[in-house]
Design a protein around this ligand. Sequence first.
Ligand code: S3P
Length: 179
Amino acid sequence: MAKPKYEYRKLILWGMMGAGKTTAARFLSSKLGIAMIDLDEYLSERSGHTIQGLFSHLGEAGFRDREHLAFRDVLAQPRPLILAPGGGTPCFERNNQLIRHHDMTIYLRCRIETLVNRLKNELNSRPLLASHSEDLHQKISQLLSERTCWYEQARFIVDADDPDADDRLLSLATAFFTT
Ligand code: S3P
């Protein structure tokens, strides 16, 4: 007999590059025994290209098309999942439209200073930041101000800088998957 769709619910972590989405997804996955997918890794594995390679071959618009298709595929998987999409994924209406009422979104909000500190040594793997080593703070502020209205559409917001962020994530995720 087919399982009801709520068995296949997805927990999706929104947030900027460097906010810790992948780390949080791994943490929740190990605590709850529910599989996790990092959307950039999924895209890279399936395309055979790095994220930088996809940006340089296809441009940002082509990357966003691939990202949308990957997000659609992952959300359609018939199993519960914890997802760490890219920082830009929630900022497109076509991606938001894929989320269903039984899915859960959490915005992992992070201070700009924390993002700058985490990202300053990882610019080569972030095509949107690669040419901004000199004005990284300004570029991140700009992206964040453009994106906050999208991120804040998440059902819950967790402050990633708070010492109890993991506890809060775990209690939200536990309630979501068990009730
Ligand atoms: C992007 C974030 C990246 C990656 C791509 C674009 C963005 O993912 O998808 O470089 O637009 O913020 P992470 O948030 O995992 O770094």
